[in-house]
Design a binder for this molecule. Sequence first.
Ligand code: MRU
Length: 362
Amino acid sequence: MNIDGIPTRTLRAHPEQRAIDIIDQSCLPHVLHWVRVATLEAAAHAIRAMQVRGAPLIGVTAAYGLAIALDFEASDRCLAEAAALLRSTRPTAVNLHWALARMEAALAPLPPEARCAAAWLEAAAIADEDVAQNVAIGQHGLALWRDLIVADGRTLNVMTHCNAGWLATVDRGTALAPVYAAHDAGVPVHVWVSETRPRNQGLLTAWELDQHGVPHTLVADNAAGLLLRRGKVDAVIVGADRIAANGDVANKVGTYLKALAAADNGIPFYVAAPRSTIDFACADGAGIPIEERDGDEFRLVHGLDSRGVPSALRQAPAAADVANPAFDVTPAWLVRAIVTERGACPASRDGLLGLYPEEAHD
Ligand code: MRU
């Protein structure tokens, strides 16, 4: 992905300085601000406070957070405690748990003195794999859209929700990977970007599409149904925080409503995610933990004031009783296909096991 015309990853590792640099996404779309993370606590804070966000990037940041922690002490106790702290930061995105389990499996058998160097290498491998998987998702997603891309050069109109793009991964994104693949292949593509209240991740999507030169239009979440009804959308594509073994999909709250409206209008609804987002141990969507976040995310709105200074405005009284579930679950039957690094499959147990036969157990 290009930022200011320069290919850029969202996370820079500095093993020699025992630190990583991340983009503080809470400052976007107004300021691109890189932050140095050099302690376990700072890594945990970055994930919890959503300086980094998006399931794959959360997982990669946690892996590096563990590497940073082991640089201070690499005993069995510290490895377990650091992993537990990072694991506690956000509950829904299973990539976080997957990355930490992979790190612990690689590091626990090693003598403590070998763990730190190995941790940096394993975290880098997870980051590199994320990029390669997203490139593959882009190609598989683009192939699915071939039927929708008409020869006369008509623009392909895609709708997305939240941000499952470059910013949510190390590079390329998941849901936006086919969009970037189409754009880079010269296919005229336009993206309807829903605002995604209350955290407004749609603004992040609009920002990164703008950086890469992809035409897009921001809309309020509530406008999606009308656009789908009026035939303004050829396909909807979103990312996922956890896909259950039966193909039910947890993603940013509001995704389910888009899937319902897409189904009512016969518009294909796709989910793009790598293997690390699929939880074969979770039978169906009812078993996916849904994160409840602080009500102030809803009561306050953030932006720039008239002088261009970052500010918060109160839109609901401090005492207002609010619920702030961060995710919802879209049942498998509303999903036309799940697009992974291995290809696309029906959103079903058989479909997922067809792509990942090694996960079939008696
Ligand atoms: O709360 P967030 O911003 O971390 O939620 C992000 C999403 O819901 C994304 O759609 C999902 O993580 C997929 S990111 C490739």
